[in-house]
Each structure stands twice: as structure tokens, then as C-alpha cells.
Design a protein around this ligand. Structure first.
Ligand SMILES: [Ca+2]
Ligand SMILES: [Ca+2]
Length: 417
């Protein structure tokens, strides 16, 4: 290798040097019910008992990284939804971010207004998410080595309450297994990653984490089962959709359950009843469970600009059809829609983007019986050439039996705006 080549190689190697950060989201050993760093058991929680979740970073100090702050999103699941948003972080809050960066008094908790007071953008009940973060205001204090607790959340299970302030029973509200996730994401513009020394965002090529999608399992040993697992197979997935909707809207059998048992399984908003008010949250949670796993990862191209993609399911009929779309170089808008003719045939569509990802999950369901699967219209925007692939397809008939769909016959049409 000639000297010039070696110098070029070194220059490239230096510019690509990546700073390793080990990020963990863990249960804290000081919590009542602490089982392990990845599990808390809330059975028996009363009054002001709280579980603690810590976001911990280990700065390995092998690059130019210097921590100026962080911002990320916590996904809490449906058990938190119905608590009034204005109480988040307040005295009666079911959950709150209680501290910023450990041992650094000049840090400011985010999101905050100009005077440093946390703002209501910290939480979204309908999305089941809580944004948190901190900035280290004093530049000299920004660490490049060591281990820090970046943020500490407290969850008060006994403070769950409805819109008029009635506290909810923990057993009916938190089911046997829930997951609390932290997502530090550099994909979507509405999420943020650990910032660099100059407080600008670092890209994934500049900072790496062992895992930026981190989970603590919340168990409730007193609960009879897992909320929304209507089929009783210990999974919450699209197969639970039709029996759920039939119970809530269709006067179905609701598994023969009543009282607390019914609420524990069907009450998505934790108001103590199974009713139409649970529908949006429950369906969203089921839709969020769709994985991107697929053997068919053929990418399809779209030109730059905005337009509408029309997904045409294979010829076939059923009552539930689920899939997902994964974009590259652009994004799908999550207000996918159906034609009026298909709506008139009883089809409903729920589309939702997975937190921390651009994956768009699509669920079609029809309560009036099996019908030919309808076309789904999805808007998109792309700065440059965009591509996408379709994830796994699952479909079921009106008796919740799997329907085989030949994915090689699913086609797409592009309509430019
Ligand atoms: Ca199930
Ligand atoms: Ca309810």
C-alpha cells in the first residue's frame, strides 16, 4: 500500500470512528417488588408504593463523545392510558420523571419551557408514551467516561384513576404481564438520541448503543391473565381482534366473563368497565403487536415526492387482514384509508406507526362477516427515491380461523399527487 493510500485509509478510519455507549433500561433494586433488573412485580402495591425504572448509560470513553444530554420515549402500554394528562409529573401522578442526569445539578429535565418547567408535551395518554430527557447546561460538566443514571421514572400503580379521579384496582388495570419500553431512536425526527458535546444530535454512525430499544417486564402475580389476550394463548396479536370487537360492540359472549375478570381482560382504558371507550386503545395495542418479520423482503421503489400507494390484497375473503409496510428513504403517513364502497361493506381500517420506527401497521376487520379483502390507500412522502417492503400477512375468517393469503399475488399501485 502506498503512503497516499495509507493516509487516505487512516483519514477514512478516523472520520468513521464510533464512540461506544452502553445503554440500559432497568428496574431498580430499591423498588418494592423488585425481581431483577428486567422485572418488577407490582402485586401487593398499595397507596404510595412505586416501581423505579432507570435509564443508565455507560460512557466507554473510547471516542470523541461527550454527553450533553439525551431525550427518548417511554412506552407504557394501555394500563396507563386513562390517567389525566395534566397530572403527569404532578403530586398525584401515576408516573413521573423524577430526575435528570445523576449527580449533575445543572442539568435541566426535558421537555421544558423557557423557565425550565416540564411541559405537557412530556406525555400522551392516547399514545401511551412519555417523552423524557435532560440537558447538561454546564459545558464543563459534560462527561465522556463513567456510568450515569440519565433518568429515573417512578410508576405508582395505586394512583391509576379515571377522568373523575376514582382510583382503579391494580389487578383489573395491570394484567399478568406488561412491558415498559425505552426507545432512543435516531430514525424519526420526533425522537432524539443522546446528544453530542455541542448539544447537537449525533447520528447512528457517530454513536452506537448495544440496544436502543430496551424493555422492563412488569408482572402482576395477582392478575388472572394478560389483558386483551382474548384467545388465551398468552399472546396479544391480531387473532384477538375479532373476538374483542365482537364482545365490545357486537354483544358477543365476552368469554363468559363478568365483573373484575371481564375488566381485567377487556378494560383497556382502566375505567373499570368494558365498553366502546376501550375500543381505540385495545385495537391500537393489538395493531402495535404486529411484527415486521417476513420472508418476503422484496423492496419496491417509489419516486420522490408525495403520492398514494394502493395495497391490493390477494383475491380472497375473510374478516381480518393484517400486514405492515416498512419504508426506506421516506415515510408513510398513518392516515391510511379505504374507499367508501368498502366501508359500506363493513370494512374498518386501523393504521398505526410503531413507536421508534417508521413501520406502518395495517389492520382490516369486518364485523358483518367474511368479505373480499379491500384495497388500502396509504399516503407517503419521499425526499428522494423511496422504497418499501411488505411484512408478514395474517388473515382470519369470521370464526377466527386462519385464512391463507398468497402474498405473491398481493400487488401495489402508485398514484402520484
Ligand atoms: Ca391471544
Ligand atoms: Ca374501559
Amino acid at each position: 500500500m502506498k503512503l497516499k493510500s495509507i493516509l487516505c485509509f487512516l483519514a477514512v478510519a478516523f472520520s468513521l470512528s464510533v464512540s461506544a455507549q452502553n445503554l440500559r433500561f432497568v428496574a431498580n433494586s430499591a423498588s418494592p417488588g423488585y425481581v431483577s433488573p428486567t422485572e418488577i412485580n407490582v402485586a401487593g402495591y398499595t397507596a404510595d408504593d412505586y416501581a423505579i425504572f432507570d435509564l443508565v448509560i455507560e460512557n466507554l470513553g473510547d471516542g470523541s463523545f461527550s454527553l450533553a444530554g439525551w431525550e427518548g420515549t417511554i412506552n407504557w402500554g394501555t394500563f396507563i392510558y386513562n390517567s389525566p394528562l395534566q397530572n403527569i409529573g404532578g403530586a398525584n401522578s401515576p408516573f413521573e420523571l423524577v430526575s435528570g442526569v445523576e449527580g449533575l445539578p445543572t442539568s435541566q429535565v426535558l421537555p421544558a419551557d423557557q423557565s425550565g418547567a416540564p411541559t405537557t408535551t412530556t406525555g400522551s395518554n392516547s399514545g401511551g408514551v412519555f417523552r423524557g430527557g435532560a440537558v447538561i447546561l454546564n459545558q464543563e460538566e459534560r462527561p465522556s467516561t463513567g456510568t450515569l443514571i440519565l433518568g429515573r421514572w417512578r410508576l405508582y400503580p395505586a394512583r391509576f384513576h379515571d377522568t373523575v379521579g376514582n382510583t382503579r384496582d391494580i389487578v383489573s388495570c395491570i394484567s399478568s404481564e406488561e412491558f415498559v419500553r425505552f426507545v432512543a431512536n435516531d430514525i424519526s425526527s420526533d425522537r432524539h438520541i443522546i446528544a453530542k458535546a455541542d448539544a447537537t444530535a449525533a447520528s447512528s454512525s457517530e454513536v452506537t448503543f448495544n440496544d436502543a430499544d430496551l424493555t422492563v417486564r412488569l408482572v402482576n402475580a395477582d392478575a388472572p391473565g394478560r389483558k386483551l389476550d382474548i384467545t388465551g394463548d398468552n399472546l396479544v396479536d391480531p387473532r384477538d381482534l375479532l373476538p374483542y370487537v365482537n364482545c365490545i360492540l357486537g354483544g358477543g359472549a365476552c368469554n363468559g366473563l363478568t365483573g373484575d375478570d371481564l375488566a381485567q381482560l377487556y378494560d383497556a382504558n382502566c375505567d373499570g368497565n368494558a365498553s366502546a371507550g376501550d375500543l381505540t386503545l385495545a385495537v391500537r395495542r393489538i395493531v402495535n403487536s404486529i411484527t415486521r418479520s417476513s420472508k418476503n423482503t422484496s423492496f419496491y421503489d417509489l419516486e420522490a415526492g408525495s403520492g398514494t400507494l394502493v395495497l391490493k390484497p390477494a383475491e380472497g375473503a375473510g374478516s381480518v387482514f393484517t400486514t405492515s409496510l416498512m419504508p426506506r428513504g421516506g415515510s408513510f403517513v398513518d392516515d391510511a384509508f379505504l374507499s367508501q364502497a368498502d366501508i359500506n361493506k363493513g370494512w374498518n381500517l386501523v393504521s398505526t406507526r410503531i413507536p421508534g420506527s417508521d413501520q406502518l401497521n395495517l389492520v382490516l376487520f369486518n364485523m358483518s362477516g367474511d368479505e373480499v379483502f379491500p384495497n388500502v390507500h396509504v399516503n407517503y412522502t419521499a425526499d428522494k427515491k423511496m422504497s418499501y417492503f411488505m411484512g408478514r400477512v395474517d388473515a382470519f375468517d369470521q370464526n377466527n380461523r386462519p385464512v391463507s393469503v398468497d402474498t405473491s399475488k398481493v400487488s401495489f399501485e402508485t398514484v402520484k399527487n
